[in-house]
Ligand binder design. Sequence first.
Ligand code: ATP
Ligand code: MG
Length: 177
Amino acid sequence: MGETARVFYGLWPTPAEAAQLIPHATVLKAATRGRPSHPASLHLTLVFLGEVPVDVLPQLRNLEVAGDRPGFDLALDRRGVWRHNGIGWLMPSTPPPALLELQSTLEAALRAAGFESERRPFRPHVTLTRHGRDDMPDGAIDPVVWRVREWVLVRSNGTAVDGSRYETLARFPLRQP
Ligand code: ATP
Ligand code: MG
């Protein structure tokens, strides 16, 4: 295989929205001894494609997803830890239908275009800490609200710790709600 890129589609918060996540990363770090993500790296993954040949990037950038999709608000109102992988997260207790519909339509469009993606059920979450060693009970928090007005195609470049490890390749606007 020639050169490949590690790519995924996701939601990226504004810097102000990302800043509201930081106190939660601090709590999760203290509770689990996990490592916080860089604020500029925080995101919610919609569809993870993994390694694809770089030749298909133009097709992924220009992906057509059917439907007139309005933007929506996403309230992240639960905080917790997954024991099996040491990830500290925020998630919506009730994912908005518009989020689930966007994700499933995107996945279907990718499958129709010949791209295999993750088969596991979609569990929308924002990873705030990794490699935690201690558990912590899940709980409700004052919601952190993202005003979702686009989704993005992102290339994951591995190792940079300064937040530059993710590169936005394309933006897909949602209609003003
Ligand atoms: P790192 O793996 O370097 O610690 P990362 O997990 O953020 O950091 P990637 O592995 O490139 O970076 O993953 C990019 C995004 O896709 C992350 O949100 C990650 O949780 C998600 N992801 C990675 N692998 C999968 C997978 N097999 N299924 C679903 N989502 C995945
Ligand atoms: Mg990973």
